[in-house]
Design a protein around this ligand. Structure first.
Ligand code: FSX
Ligand code: F3S
Length: 362
């Protein structure tokens, strides 16, 4: 640990977080410390396919401890295209060598979906298709972890109309995977998964969709305690999204709904297609939240712009229009929840819960 510049206190705290993530008692921390410092940690070969690299970014920007500590002290990563020094043919050689040296032993972590249309020619690395590389490397692994929704289920690259035929690893090459999902996934779930493997000699128990129970066993909604009020009226997908972000938080700081953005269900299969629309227009959200008393905003005239925008510029503009109703509807469409917070409700609805200025910080 000294050589890697992690102090003992930080490392113990980190091991405590791993124990909590796995639902283990803190009495397990000494065993976790032992598991993570043993020389017998399995080598990890980390592949990148069709993706945005957000999964690695989330991992590389993890705090407490930082990435170097995680990579060098916890995971024993022998090949990772984003952070390794080697490039070009040398990188290709290193990958093949690592596979040959550790065949049957290594854990393969895969980021990104695999394009399969037209024999995979829409995803190439070093002159080879991703499909070809996946077929050559992944079956040699002891276990394969599909990290991120793209690797697990296709994710964004597989969104309709999916011209590249992108698929998750299992669907693309028929190998069973442990799916740690999210777009991006939480890095602690990966570390905890491998720690569980080191502790028990087997991977954690999985749901039928290949996701570990410890991090994908219950809904976001079940653990959500946001202080600004439930966002179901804003089309929050928390009640049908299975992830532990509400209790784990990214970088120990925050998560989507705490940041006043409704959950879009990024850890779920086909979420890009099935969970649309991600946003409700403002009037729909208001109507859903204050169903008993609210008037749909589309029934308002531009006179209702004045409390927020002051003056009468919209009314004047409306008066000049040949089709005033069309103009009103265009103005209402501007009021999408993606652009506004509850603060803007307070101007017209000071009595509405969650619409007061005091509850929304700058
Ligand atoms: Fe997908 Fe990951 Fe989303 Fe991005 O590698 S899960 S698009 S955060 O980067 O694959
Ligand atoms: Fe409500 Fe979404 Fe939380 S539905 S309880 S804001 S996860």
């Amino acid at each position: 640990m000294k050589q890697r510049l992690i102090d003992r206190r930080s490392f113990l705290k980190y091991c405590g977080t791993i124990a909590a993530t796995l639902g283990l008692s803190s009495t397990m921390v000494p065993r976790i410390v032992k598991a993570l410092t043993t020389d017998a940690r399995p080598p990890v070969i980390w592949l990148h396919f069709a993706e945005c690299t957000g999964c690695s970014e989330a991992f590389l920007r993890a705090t407490d401890p930082g990435v170097a500590d995680i990579l060098l002290d916890v995971l024993n990563v022998t090949y990772h295209e984003t952070i390794q020094v080697a490039c070009g043919q040398k990188a290709e050689y290193n990958r093949d060598q690592a596979v040959a040296d550790h065949a049957g032993e290594f854990i393969c972590i895969v980021e990104g979906a695999i394009p399969t249309a037209d024999n995979g020619i829409y995803g190439m690395i070093g002159g080879r298709t991703m499909l070809d590389i996946a077929r050559a490397v992944i079956p040699q692994a002891r276990h394969t972890i599909a990290l991120g929704t793209c690797a697990a289920y296709g994710g964004l690259p597989a969104a309709q109309p999916n011209p590249t035929g992108a698929k998750g690893v299992k669907d693309a090459i028929g190998v069973d995977t442990i799916n740690i999902t999210g777009c991006p996934p939480h890095p602690m779930n990966l570390v905890a998964c491998i720690t569980s493997y080191l502790l028990n000699g087997r991977m954690p128990s999985l749901r039928p969709d290949g996701r570990p129970e410890f991090c994908h066993g219950s809904t976001v909604h079940a653990a959500c305690t946001v202080p600004h009020g439930c966002m179901q009226g804003y089309n929050c997908k928390g009640p049908r999204t299975y992830n532990n972000c509400a209790s784990l938080h990214y970088n120990q700081e925050s998560w989507c709904v705490q940041a006043e953005h409704q959950c879009i269900g990024c850890s779920e299969p086909n979420f890009w297609d099935l969970n649309q629309p991600f946003y409700n227009p403002m009037w729909m959200s208001m109507f859903a939240t204050y169903r008993a008393t609210a008037t749909p905003h589309e029934e308002q005239t531009t006179a209702s712009c004045t409390p927020c925008h002051g003056g009468d510029i919209f009314e004047k503009e409306e008066a000049r229009q040949s089709n005033p109703r069309k103009f009103q509807l265009a103005m209402h469409r501007e009021h999408e929840i993606s652009l506004m917070t509850n603060r803007s409700c307070a101007s017209c609805h000071p009595e509405a819960p969650g619409a007061t200025n005091e509850r929304i910080d700058d």
